[in-house]
Design a protein around this ligand. Structure first.
Ligand SMILES: *[C@@H]1O[C@H](CO)[C@@H](O)[C@H](O)[C@H]1NC(C)=O
Ligand SMILES: *[C@@H]1O[C@H](CO)[C@@H](O)[C@H](O)[C@H]1NC(C)=O
Length: 470
């Protein structure tokens, strides 16, 4: 099967950009390792690689400056005005030039070039639905502003905000990780003031380091097609060895084989695994809608299987939220199967039909405002155009608002999502601004903004244009 791909070499090449190295390490680690040390390593490396990724992104953008994406109606990009809004004090730095250029800003396709919403008819109903999502999108933007205001007030320049004790903490290398992560979310949301604040801070405090390291980052145009083969092999392994269904209601989940493929299966899934749903869908349709991909005859049997798994997994990830008392997912869930069950360890939402399918152990009940599920909901909404993914995302957002918002500014992690009210933790992770709120915003945004066949999100949810040149 592997030597008869239905799409061209070019497709394969640009698709590789999607398979972010976090995804690989996660898949591999989730699938074949169980050591906690490994899991801890993800969070620390996320921080350490933050700047490197920014550098990588910068270099990539320079290399792909002439990418065809630029052609897409530049004057409509929401970012243009933001860019001019940055008050640059240090003259012509490399960063400044970079920010003046277009490709890193989300282009919009002309509204009539979209071809969605086929024939539902009722124009007013459509208008009402549209305005509802615009309102909800605005609520996510308000949340971002609230999160940023807390960070700015108490922790500007630190990696992360401690929203309860009103101070900052440097756990990620002390490079102002939240500023770096928040910048392009603010650009996408069109919040000029935050773009200016974050941009100036980075310009003054990080631009030297970036231009010093810029050279080394630029050496990546190497052949990466082996990554696609690795991806396919990994996903075949996942499908054949790790996918199971729960009882009584048949939720599909991805477990672990802590002792290798001949050892015992563990029905345990970290919230982190929920990113895989979106990745599988992207891998299947290359960022097009499922409908377009079908029409173009782009989906082979394997793609369709991956697409199905993507949708099943997104459902399970959503139910990991809905099954708890707070409506927020735990860090890790176990699943009730033929071989495995536990008494009295449910999520606390007795009206959920999945309350007996999902098992949540006391040590795993925290929530860190993680992005993986809403990331997948965003991708699946774009690809399937099924509005249920937006509704699920909205339900999750409302739970964040209800239980994690801190009045004085910022949002916090929780100790236990199964008790009400949940104990708050004194930390707002950087990925809440960089990823979680960005994906929620884009989930409610028009699909022509940062189209998924032209952009890829890197590990930290920073969008990069796909270079279609070979
Ligand atoms: C650069 O960082 C220092 C230390 O965090 C801070 O005092 C200064 O205001 C920062 N520059 C800008 C423009 O924010
Ligand atoms: C509990 O489950 C019901 C049924 O699925 C759902 O409508 C409700 O929103 C859930 N509660 C929370 C807090 O998510």
């Amino acid at each position: 099967m592997s030597n008869s791909l239905p799409y061209s070499k070019k497709d394969v090449d640009y698709d590789n950009a999607k398979f972010r190295h976090r995804s690989f390490s996660k898949v591999i680690a989730q699938s074949f390792l169980v050591s906690n040390r490994k899991r801890d390593c993800f969070s620390c490396s996320t921080g350490k690689f933050l700047l490197l990724l920014l550098i990588f992104g910068v270099a990539y953008l320079m290399l792909t400056h002439t990418s065809p994406v630029d052609v897409v109606s530049k004057d409509q990009t929401i970012g243009n005005s933001n860019i001019e809004g940055i008050s640059i004090t240090n003259g012509a730095g490399r960063l400044k030039k970079l920010w003046r250029r277009a490709p890193r800003l989300p282009p919009r396709l002309p509204p009539d070039a979209k071809g969605t919403n086929n024939g539902i008819g009722h124009a007013t109903e459509n208008r009402d639905v549209r305005s509802m999502w615009i309102t909800r999108k605005q609520k996510v933007k308000d949340a971002f502003i609230h999160a940023w205001s807390g960070y700015k007030k108490y922790a500007m320049g630190y990696d992360e905000l401690m929203p309860l004790s009103h101070q900052g903490t440097d756990g990620l290398g002390g490079l102002g990780a939240t500023v770096v992560d928040a910048l392009d979310t603010a650009m996408i949301m069109g919040i000029d003031e935050v773009v200016a604040e974050a941009g100036t801070w980075i310009e003054e405090n990080l631009s030297n380091r970036i231009s010093n390291k810029g050279q080394s980052g630029a050496s990546r145009d190497s052949d990466t097609s082996y990554l696609y083969d690795m991806y396919r092999e990994a996903m075949n392994g996942v499908r054949h060895l790790l996918v199971r269904k729960t009882i009584p209601n048949g939720l599909v989940f991805i477990g672990e084989l802590p002792y290798g493929s001949n050892g015992d299966f563990s029905p345990k899934m970290d919230h982190l695994v929920c990113f895989l749903s979106g990745t599988l869908a992207l891998g299947a349709t290359k960022g097009l809608t499922k409908e377009q991909a079908m029409k173009n005859n782009m989906l082979n049997f394997e793609d369709l299987e991956n697409m199905k798994l993507a949708e099943d997994l997104a459902k399970t990830c959503f139910e990991m939220y809905a099954v708890t008392s707070t409506g927020l997912a735990p860090e890790i869930a176990y699943f009730h199967t033929e071989e495995y069950s536990e008494q009295d360890l449910d999520g606390g939402n007795k009206s959920s039909e999945y309350v007996n399918d999902i098992i949540i152990k006391p040590a795993d009940r925290h929530n860190l405002l993680r992005p993986e599920t809403v990331e997948s909901l965003f991708v699946l909404y774009r690809i399937t155009e099924d509005p249920k993914y937006r509704e699920w995302g909205w339900q999750i957002f409302e739970a964040f608002e209800k239980y994690t918002k801190v009045d004085t500014g910022g949002y916090c992690s929780l100790d236990d999502v199964t008790t009400i009210p949940p104990n708050k933790r004194d930390k707002m992770e950087t990925f809440f601004l960089g990823e979680t709120l960005k994906y929620l915003y884009l989930l409610f945004e028009d699909s022509s903004v940062i189209p998924l066949d032209k952009f890829v999100f890197n590990t930290e949810a920073h969008p990069l244009p796909i270079n279609l040149k070979t």
